[in-house]
Design a protein around this ligand. Structure first.
Ligand code: RIB
Ligand code: CA
Length: 311
């Protein structure tokens, strides 16, 4: 059983990841911590609580996190995820409230109370994680592993020609995390843009006609429309669910130990992540990155489990 804290900016693919975690007996989601990203942090908290209620998982605590990047101004992704952050889906306001404890303190407490047992799956900007390793550096050696949906190595960006959204939102946080010594695996657009849930895949949810299947259809359809019109990507890229899969289904990915870094300079390549494949500066490898994936195998496992939880 892999235990995790999900750090997230829910967000459509984030919401699908929450559901995929609940549909996967191999993992135990101990908590959800929210960060500014796809939508403002407060809206992300509402979305996380609402998705947990939809799935009957209100026992899982949700904590409010950082509501702005470390240095840059706030940006969100309304064009991709809609004003609510959940596309066309409309969920009732949540009955539950977030924890009193801040996300960074909740991460600290969960990781330190069970050293070596807790993973972090970070599927939004890395502001919470950067604050955690700065305030409580002892978590670097206590966390089992950090899985990051973010970056683009040999792939173009989806926010700028160079940069992927999560990293672009807070490149300074990403730099702190990449150089903190924390053991991490990057799950970049190189692999996540291969894992596309197609319209035919989504049509498999239509006969179910449950609140959850309806949510999956309405949320995913929004981002599918955006991606097809803006990037000619024909499907819902399962960016965040693949980062969760890296935790408990690593056999689906080809992972390399690399010298990884990010451009924090203000300019056209701000937020660009890169690997020094030839190690020109003779630095020690500081992280792992997934550069290939058995994409259709993953999508089919994802669809099968999501249909099962949607019934
Ligand atoms: O670039 C894709 C990432 O940015 C995903 O995590 C998506 O949810 C957005 O946060
Ligand atoms: Ca996300």
């Amino acid at each position: 059983m892999k235990r995790l804290v999900l750090d997230t900016d829910p967000g459509i693919d984030d919401a699908l990841t929450i559901l995929y975690a609940l549909a996967s007996p191999e993992v135990k989601m101990e908590a959800i911590t929210v960060v500014n990203g796809n939508c403002p942090m407060e809206q992300g908290v509402i979305n996380a609580l609402s998705v947990l209620e939809l799935a009957g998982a209100t026992h899982i605590p949700v904590a409010r996190g950082m509501d702005k990047p470390l240095l840059l101004p706030v940006i969100n992704a309304e064009v991709t995820h809609g004003k609510s952050g959940l596309g066309y889906a409309e969920l009732p306001p949540p009955k539950a409230s977030p924890t009193e404890k801040h996300a960074v303190e909740l991460i600290r407490d969960l990781v330190l109370q069970d050293p070596g047992q807790i993973n972090i799956v970070a599927i939004g900007p890395l502001t919470n994680i950067a604050m955690a390793v700065r305030l409580y550096p002892q978590i670097v050696d206590a966390v089992q592993h950090l899985y990051i949906m973010g970056g683009a190595i040999n792939h173009c960006g989806n926010m700028t020609p160079q940069a992927e959204f999560n990293i672009y939102c807070d490149p300074h946080a990403a730099s702190i995390v990449f150089h903190s010594g924390i053991p991490f695996t990057l799950v970049p657009l190189d692999v996540t843009y291969q894992t596309l849930m197609t319209r035919d895949d989504l049509n498999m949810f239509a006969p179910l006609q449950t609140p959850l299947s309806d949510f999956v259809i309405k949320a995913s359809s929004y981002v599918m429309k955006y991606l097809s019109e803006s990037q000619e990507v024909m499907g819902c890229a399962l960016n965040d669910p693949l980062a969760l899969a890296a935790l408990f289904q690593p056999n689906l990915l080809d992972i390399n130990h690399l010298v990884l870094d990010v451009d924090t300079n203000y300019g056209v390549s701000m937020g660009k992540t890169f690997a020094d494949f030839y190690n020109y500066e003779q630095k020690p490898e500081n992280g792992y990155a997934a550069l290939n994936v058995r994409a259709r195998d993953f999508v089919e496992i994802f669809i099968e489990r999501m249909i099962k939880i949607s019934q």
